[in-house]
Design a protein around this ligand. Structure first.
Ligand SMILES: Nc1ncnc2c1ncn2[C@@H]1O[C@H](COP(=O)(O)OP(=O)(O)OP(=O)(O)O)[C@@H](O)[C@H]1O
Length: 579
C-alpha cells in the first residue's frame, strides 16, 4: 500500500501545498472516488450507482463534523474527550480501493468500504481499519499529475500524507495517498491537516546546519544532500547550511551569529564535529548570560537544541540518542521535534574551563588518540586500528591521585537551577580519594553507545540522570586489559574484573603524581610520569593537554539533543579486528 516518499516522486506526480494552487484550476467536483478501468458494463454501472448511493447515505464526502475539536493540538483546552472525535470524514481511494476516511485531532483512520455481495447482502467480514498518528505525520501535500517539464497546475489527484514509521530504533519516511478528484473535498481535508500540523509547536521551522566535508569517508555533504535535505524540504524546514572550511569554523560562527532566527542547530559529521558544535552552543550560552568561564561557575543551558546527522566512524553521540547510525532516523527526529535533554560534563584545569563534552578519557584512550593524530596521513579505518595496536604495545599506567564525589541523585525534586547549584558545589562535598596506577580512566555523562560498545561505555549512565559514570581500570597485564576491552563488543560484562572499578559520580578530580613508591615499579609497570604534570586527555575524540589537577563536573540537562532515550545501540556489534 505504501511507497517511500522519495521513491514515489516521479515525473508525472507533483506535490504542492498552497491553497491557492488547490483552487487555481478547479476540477469537476465529484462526490465519489475516481474509478479506474476502461470498460464499465451497464450492469456494473447500475451496481456502482447503487453502492455509491448507499455510501453517500452513510459517509457523503466530505462531511464536516466538529471542527473546533482541532483546537486541542493547538495548546488550547479540548472541548471533550481525548481528541478522538471526528473533525471531517469522507471517501478516498487508497491504493485501488475506496475507503471511509476519518480525521480526528490525533489520527487519520481509514476503513475499506465493503462491496455488496451479488445477492445484496453485506459482508460479515470485519472491515480492515488502519490509521496513522498525526504526531508522526511531517508533511501534507496536494498531489497532481503533471506532464514532463510542467511546473505548476496539473490534474488534481488527491492529497498525500508523509509520515514516519518506526522499525526498532530506525525511523523511515513513508507516504499514504488519499485520492479524490474533488477540489472542494481535498481543500477541506488539506486545510484541517495543515492546521493540525502547524499546532505542533516543538517542531523546528528554521535550522542552522554545519556539514564537515572531511568527516570519516568525506561523504558528509553527499549524505546531507541526498538523504537529509529532501526531507527537510518536504517538511518545509528552512535551512542555512555552512560547509565548514577548517577546524574551529563552526565554533567561530556559533560565537558570533544571531541565533534568534533558528529553532535548532544541526551537525553533519563525526563526534569531533559534534564536540565542536556543542562547545560553540554552550560557550555562546555562557557568553550571552555573562558567565565568567575563567572561574568556577554554574553554566546556563544552550539556547537551541542540537541535531546530529551521523557521518563519522564511531558516531557515539548519534547512537546514544537514536540507537542507530542512520541519517534518515536522525533527520526525522529533528523534523518531528523529538527532544531529549542530556547531561554534559565540563573539564576545567587549574580552575579554568577547558571544554564541555560527553565522554572524557585519560590513559589508554588519550594515548591511542595521540598516536592516531600523529598518523593522520593514513586513511581513518587503518589509522584507528594502527593507533590501537601501537597504544596497546606501548601500554603504560598513569600514576595519579583520583578523587570523586559519589552521586545518588538519580531522581530529584529540585528545580533545574537548584540541582545545578547543588551539583556545582564541589568544595564542601565528601570526596573519596584513591592513589594508584591506572591504565585507563573514562568519565561519561551519556551512555556512549556505538557499534564497538552496543551497551555503551558505562554500566549505568542514562542521558539525563544527573550523574556521570566513572570507569577506572587499575594497572594489570596487557592480556587482561585486552580481555576487558574485548568484552565491550560482546555480551559479557566488561566491568566484572577485579582491576575495574565503576562509580556513579557527580565530580571527578585527577592529579598526576610524579613520585611513586619505587618498590612497586618494575620495567613492565613503569608508569608514565607526565612531563610537568601534564596529562593527555581525549574529550569526545579531541585531544586536550591539561596541566596539573583537572576537575570534571556533571551539568544536568545542559543541552537538548534531537532524539530519544535508547537502551542499546541496534548497530551490529563490531569486534575490533586488531585486538
Ligand atoms: N574543512 C575542514 N578541514 C579540516 N578539519 C575540519 C574541517 N571542518 C571541520 N573540521 C574538523 O574536523 C575534525 C574531525 O571531524 P569529525 O569528527 O567529524 O571527523 P572524523 O574524525 O573523521 O570522524 P570520527 O570522529 O567519527 O572518527 C573536527 O574537529 C572538526 O572541527
Amino acid at each position: 500500500m505504501f511507497e517511500s516518499a522519495r521513491n514515489s516522486i516521479n515525473a508525472n506526480h507533483a506535490w504542492s501545498e498552497s491553497r491557492g494552487e488547490l483552487t487555481e484550476k478547479k476540477q469537476p467536483v465529484s462526490e465519489s472516488p475516481p474509478v479506474t478501468g476502461n470498460r464499465v458494463t451497464a450492469k456494473k454501472k447500475r451496481k456502482r450507482k447503487k453502492r455509491q448511493e448507499s455510501e453517500k447515505s452513510s459517509v457523503s464526502a466530505p462531511q464536516l463534523l466538529c471542527p473546533e475539536e482541532t483546537l486541542s493540538v493547538h495548546g488550547r483546552k479540548e472541548k471533550s474527550g481525548n481528541g478522538s472525535e471526528p473533525i471531517v470524514r469522507g471517501i478516498f481511494q487508497i491504493g485501488k480501493k475506496s475507503h471511509d476516511v476519518i480525521l480526528t485531532a490525533t489520527r487519520v483512520t481509514w476503513t475499506r468500504i465493503q462491496p455488496e455481495s451479488p445477492t445484496g447482502e453485506s459482508s460479515h467480514k470485519k472491515p480492515i481499519e488502519d490509521f496513522v498518528e498525526l504526531k508522526d505525520v511531517f508533511a501534507v501535500k496536494v498531489k497532481r499529475r503533471r506532464s514532463a517539464g510542467q511546473q505548476s497546475g496539473g490534474t488534481l489527484l488527491g492529497i498525500t500524507l508523509f509520515f514516519c514509521k518506526r522499525k526498532g530504533a530506525k525511523l523511515k519516511d513513508d507516504t499514504i495517498h488519499l485520492d479524490n478528484l474533488s477540489v472542494d473535498h481535498c481543500e477541506i481535508w488539506f486545510k484541517h491537516l495543515k492546521d493540525i500540523l502547524s499546532g505542533f509547536k516543538h517542531r523546528p521551522k528554521s535550522l542552522k546546519v554545519f556539514v564537515n566535508p572531511i568527516s570519516h569517508k568525506k561523504d558528509a555533504y553527499q549524505i546531507y544532500k541526498d538523504r537529509v535535505a529532501p526531507l527537510f524540504k518536504l517538511a518545509d524546514v528552512q535551512t542555512d547550511v555552512t560547509v565548514t572550511e577548517r577546524k574551529g569554523h563552526a565554533l567561530s560562527i556559533l560565537m558570533e551569529c544571531s541565533l534568534d532566527e533558528y529553532d535548532g542547530v544541526v551537525c553533519v559529521g563525526g563526534d569531533g564535529s559534534v564536540a565542536e558544535v556543542v562547545q560553540g552552543l554552550l560557550l555562546r550560552a555562557q557568553m550571552d548570560a555573562e558567565r565568567d568561564t575563567l572561574s568556577a561557575f554554574t553554566p546556563v543551558p544552550a539556547s537551541l537544541p542540537l541535531g546530529v546527522i551521523p557521518a563519522g566512524s564511531a558516531n557515539v553521540v548519534a547512537c546514544s540518542v537514536h540507537g542507530v547510525k542512520h541519517p534518515v532516523t536522525a533527520a526525522l527526529h529533528i523534523i518531528l521535534g523529538h527532544r531529549q535533554p542530556v547531561d554534559v560534563c565540563s573539564l576545567s584545569s587549574m580552575g579554568v574551563l577547558q571544554q564541555f563534552g560527553f565522554c572524557v578519557m585519560v590513559g589508554f584512550g588519550g594515548q591511542a588518540l595521540a598516536v592516531a593524530e600523529r598518523l593522520n596521513w593514513i586513511p581513518p579505518t587503518q589509522r584507528h586500528e594502527l593507533a590501537l595496536i601501537t597504544a596497546l604495545a606501548q601500554l603504560r599506567p598513569e600514576d595519579c591521585e583520583l578523587s570523586f564525589i559519589p552521586s545518588s541523585t538519580e531522581k530529584s525534586d529540585h528545580t533545574q537551577s537548584e540541582l545545578e547549584e547543588h551539583l556545582s558545589d564541589v568544595e564542601d562535598a565528601d570526596w573519596q580519594v584513591r592513589r594508584g596506577l591506572y591504565l585507563s580512566l573514562t568519565i561519561t555523562s551519556i551512555p556512549c553507545l556505538c557499534s564497538v560498545a552496543p551497551k555503551g561505555l558505562a554500566p549505568f549512565t542514562r542521558l539525563n540522570n544527573n550523574s556521570m559514570a566513572l570507569t577506572a581500570v587499575a594497572n594489570t597485564s596487557r592480556s587482561e586489559f585486552i580481555k576487558h576491552l574485548k568484552r565491550y563488543s560482546s555480551s559479557n560484562n566488561p566491568f566484572s574484573f577485579s582491576f575495574v572499578e565503576v562509580q556513579r559520580v557527580r565530580a571527578v578530580k585527577l592529579r598526576p603524581c610524579s613520585h611513586r613508591d619505587d618498590q612497586r615499579r618494575d620495567s613492565k609497570h613503569t608508569p608514565i610520569i607526565p612531563s610537568e604534570g601534564t596529562l593527555t586527555w581525549n574529550v569526545d575524540g579531541e585531544l586536550l593537554e591539561a596541566q596539573g589537577e583537572v576537575l570534571i563536573r556533571v551539568h544536568p540537562k545542559l543541552l537538548e539533543l534531537f532524539g530519544t532515550d535508547v537502551e542499546e545501540a541496534e548497530e551490529p556489534p563490531v569486534n575490533c579486528s586488531c585486538i
